[in-house]
Design a protein around this ligand. Structure first.
Ligand code: ADP
Length: 530
């Protein structure tokens, strides 16, 4: 038995080298592969880019039969199958984009044992036709990709995933491997429960990248700030600068070039030949700075990227983590630097408002943005915050800006109480909701037309916040919003409302420390009473 296992392990390594052309497994791929090759169930949590695919692709090639991969990403199936075919792997997919003739071909190939890997969308897999097809062929394993989609509380819930528990009931002897890059502890438990992975071994990788130093600075003159960062901290280093728009990519690349930095642009609007040339220059030559949209980076494996800079706010923590993760793959010190300001918040909020999609979709985008803003505004260790997002605990790292130069904070409890009670009174006494501008006018005691028209000067909160400027109040507001102490209804002209958490602040049960560096409330006015 042991000898046989040994043989399988050797076969796995041989497949890795011969088929995929890699020298060695990355940690913890080897353990996972051996576990699945031997016929066991596994639950794999690994950050994006760590190499989840090989964890089921290699076992599928080593074990007899076809590896059946359940994936919700229909749009990516073609690419995945193309890439595998190029490596000489016999792969195919079944999904709704195919015509009947092609479906028959794929089914025939599966039944004749001519497929190493078969990708299927979950709703397809659960049809009678597909289940009976699988009954008639030989299955090497089931891989359930994006397994967090089974979680009803997660943001990616797919009802079809709930049906996948049937795999175990129908084929109890076929090993199953569930994989995901995003799962809190609660989600992990839910995945195991719903997929019936009672005996699965969990392989949980750390999401930490200790050699990356995280820094988020206040944006005031972004191009100059970037230039200073590059010339003082990374002269001659290779790195990536991410911008939101194509126009900004081109402007920034030109600006850096004019300053004597070897910078090249990359975005999906550039001619294919130019894109390919710039990418290969970046990969092959030393010290090139790639200025790019997020179109750049997928599948780029350059070990000595010394920095990743963001001139615009990413849409989610996942995106930020994925993009910054391209720095320092060689394990040597690297930096993730970002300039962030109020205009980023506004821009992203507007993009969400204007996006096409239903309410639930917009809410999801909003929640993802909020988590990203929380990371920007935090006065705690950035790494602790980042890892907490992925459900992992860490201690203050000593290698991020907030650890190295702890931001100054001030007690913003009273200021927060003033805003929250203004919002509360408007709602309670008048049944009205307003946006930030009007609420600030009330606090500052400004007799605008609207204030007079609605007699808001008669509210007890009128003028209680004359001690802070409008700009100061906006900064406080932004922090309350990013901390979830105030909700903004973007579909109703950005009106403000209290949240569950507001009450504790209003009642004085909670002290609120705010960041000074981003929200400069000026002098010591914050200590004055109400
Ligand atoms: P994930 O699905 O976890 O996001 P992928 O499976 O797409 O990650 O792998 C990310 C990249 O790492 C791919 O380009 C892949 O070819 C590469 N990779 C994975 N495992 C290895 C390895 N053992 N050696 C070298 N490269 C690897």
């Amino acid at each position: 038995y042991a000898l046989e296992d040994q043989g399988l392990e050797e076969q796995a390594l041989e497949v890795l080298q011969r088929v995929f052309g890699y020298d060695a497994f990355r940690h913890p791929q080897q353990e996972i592969v051996n576990h699945v090759v031997a016929g066991n169930d596994a639950l794999v949590l690994m950050p994006t880019g760590a190499g989840k695919s090989l964890c089921y692709q290699v076992p599928a090639l080593v074990r007899a039969g076809t590896g059946v991969v359940v994936s919700p990403l229909i749009a990516l199936m073609q690419d995945q199958v193309d890439a595998l075919t190029e490596l000489g792997v016999r792969a195919a997919f079944l999904n709704s984009t195919q015509d009947f003739a092609r479906v028959r071909e794929v089914e025939q190939a599966f039944l004749s044992g001519e497929l190493d890997l078969l990708y299927v969308a979950p709703e397809r897999l659960l049809t009678d036709r597909c289940l009976s097809l699988l009954d008639r062929g030989r299955i090497a394993l089931f891989a359930i990709d994006e397994a967090h989609c089974v979680s009803q509380w997660g943001h990616d819930f797919r009802p079809e995933y709930l049906g996948l528990s049937t795999l175990h009931e129908r084929w109890p002897d076929v090993p199953r491997i569930a994989l995901t890059a995003t799962a809190t502890d609660a989600t992990r438990v839910e995945i195991a429960q719903r997929l019936g992975l009672d005996n699965a071994r969990a392989f949980v990788s750390s999401f930490d990248r200790p050699n990356i130093r995280y820094r988020i600075v206040e944006k005031n003159d972004p191009r100059r700030q970037l230039l200073e960062f590059l010339t003082t901290e990374h002269p001659g280093d290779a790195g990536i600068v991410y911008c939101l728009s194509r126009a900004k990519v081109e402007e920034t690349a030109e600006f850096l070039s004019a300053q004597g930095i070897r910078a090249l642009p990359y975005h999906a609007g550039l001619d294919q030949a130019i894109r390919a040339a710039n990418q290969s220059t970046f990969l092959r030559e030393d010290g090139v700075v790639m200025v790019a949209t997020i179109a750049f980076g997928m599948g780029i494996d350059k070990p000595d990227v010394r920095f990743v800079a963001h001139l615009d706010l990413p849409k989610s923590v996942e995106g930020y983590y994925q993009e910054t993760g391209r720095a320092g793959r060689d394990g040597m010190p690297a930096q993730a630097w970002m300039a962030y300001g109020l205009q980023d918040v506004m821009q992203q909020r507007r993009m969400i408002d204007e996006s096409t999609g239903d309410d639930a979709y917009k809410r999801r985008l909003g929640a993802m943005l909020d988590a990203m803003l929380g990371l920007c505004e935090t006065v705690e260790c950035r790494r602790v915050r980042l890892l907490a997002y992925f459900g992992q605990k860490a201690t203050a790292c000593g290698n991020c800006d907030t650890c190295l130069e702890p931001p100054q904070t001030w007690d913003g409890t009273q200021a927060a109480q003033k805003i929250l009670s203004a919002v509360y009174r408007l709602w309670k006494e008048r049944g009205q909701r307003y946006g930030s501008g009007h609420v600030i006018d009330i606090l500052r005691g400004k007799k605008t037309d609207r204030v007079t028209q609605y007699q808001h000067d008669e509210l007890s909160v009128f003028g209680v916040g004359a001690d802070l400027s409008e700009k100061d109040w906006r900064n406080v507001l932004r922090q309350l919003i990013t901390q979830g102490l105030l909700a903004v209804d973007h579909e109703s002209y950005g009106t403000l409302a209290l949240t569950e958490d507001s009450r504790a602040v209003l009642k004085g049960e909670r002290t609120l420390m705010l960041r000074r560096e981003l929200a400069k409330p000026g002098k010591t006015r914050e200590s004055s009473g109400s």
